[in-house]
Ligand binder design. Structure first.
Ligand SMILES: [Zn+2]
Ligand SMILES: [Zn+2]
Ligand SMILES: [Zn+2]
Length: 89
């Protein structure tokens, strides 16, 4: 999925400064968060990523990483990640 592409089909623009991880669509006003996995560098799109219930970080779709010190199990999220990737490739 293209991080720059909005649901409405228009190109979104990345914010600056504190909003550099925020994409916003000039056409429909939608906003979403874009970040990267600290562990594997995979791009994380806030629209499609689930968050850890314990640390509330986004779960990486590739490796399942979340907050490094979080003790919550990531097994379930890895399963979902495999499904998630299969959906979009
Ligand atoms: Zn839009
Ligand atoms: Zn990762
Ligand atoms: Zn966590």
């Amino acid at each position: 999925m293209d991080q720059d592409l909005c649901y409405c089909g228009e190109r979104a623009v990345r914010g600056e400064g504190l909003l550099r991880n925020t994409m916003s669509c000039p056409a429909c006003g939608s906003e979403w968060e874009i970040t990267h996995c600290w562990n594997c560098g995979e791009q994380i799109d806030g629209r499609f990523s689930s968050t850890c219930r314990s640390c509330s970080w986004y779960l990486c779709a590739k490796c399942g990483a979340h907050e490094p010190d979080c003790t919550h199990t990531i097994k379930a999220s890895l399963k979902n990640a495999a499904h998630y990737q299969g959906t979009f490739i």
